[in-house]
Ligand binder design. Structure first.
Ligand SMILES: O=P(O)(O)OC[C@H]1O[C@](O)(CO)[C@@H](O)[C@@H]1O
Length: 235
């Protein structure tokens, strides 16, 4: 695991965009994408760059169950606004939050992931160590599933909604086993509220209680953290 400490999220976004460019130049064709506050500076850099994804495929990690693409809180809407409007891909996949048949939608999404092996997977990390929406206790070999969000995640994501009660309770998320199949994983974390999760991910035991700790077992992981998220790491 390579850990790169940067000054702040803006320097982190620049570093991550450099890694996207390097992978793209080396022939990467399938990009796994994330949402949330963390990747916003990365998408801002990619948007300004000369990278052209029009021959590539993107596969997002997750979507809230019940939200459609026109809903401003949906991850479809987020991706359109932060990246795809400026940098369209040949094909972009996200789970369909409006399909309430969970067995059908999750099997379909797993099939898409199996058919499009991910070259570079961008990840954030939850304050409780989740990756994608795979909450503590998720199996390390899990496939796409419908996840019941924890109170901690609902609280953390409530900032995007008018009231905490509006945050959906469920999401469809790519599974940990599917994330681990990506060739190269790039995880970003910015801010002091991520410091404990980052310490547990890098220095703690590998345990399903901290989903991100599974990355200790992946052959190519790059972690970009700002100084605040790195504060608890051993020097
Ligand atoms: O970047 P944020 O907003 O802190 O969220 C952390 C993680 O939790 C999620 O919101 C849930 O998947 C991710 O999109 C993100 O990587």
């Amino acid at each position: 695991m390579e850990v790169i400490v940067v000054k702040d999220k803006f320097a982190g976004g620049k570093k991550a965009a450099e890694i996207f460019k390097r992978e793209h130049d080396s022939g990467a064709k399938v990009f796994g994408l994330a949402t949330g506050g963390t990747p916003e500076t990365t998408y801002a850099e990619l948007t300004k760059s000369d990278l052209d994804f029009s021959d590539d495929v993107s596969i997002n990690l997750d979507e809230y169950v019940g939200l459609g693409a026109n809903d401003e809180q949906s991850y479809h809407y987020y991706m359109q606004k932060h990246l795809f409007d400026e940098k369209p891909f040949k094909k972009s996949y996200l789970p369909d939050g409006t399909d309430l048949d969970a067995a059908k939608e999750t099997a379909h999404y797993s099939e898409i992931i199996a058919q499009n092996p991910i070259d570079l997977q961008l990840l954030g990390i939850g304050e409780n160590g989740h990756i994608g929406f795979n909450e503590p206790g998720s199996a390390f070999d899990s496939k796409t599933s419908k996840i019941h969000l924890t109170d901690s995640t609902i609280k953390a994501n409530a900032r995007y909604f008018d009231k905490p009660e509006d945050v959906p309770q469920y999401a469809y998320s790519m599974g940990i086993g599917e994330i681990m199949n990506a060739k190269h994983i790039l995880l970003e974390a910015f801010g002091k509220n991520k410091a404990e999760a980052i310490k547990a991910m890098i220095e703690g035991p590998m345990t399903e209680d901290v989903p991100a700790s599974v990355l200790q077992n992946h052959p190519q992981v790059t972690v970009i953290v700002d100084e605040e998220a790195a504060t608890l790491l051993a020097k």
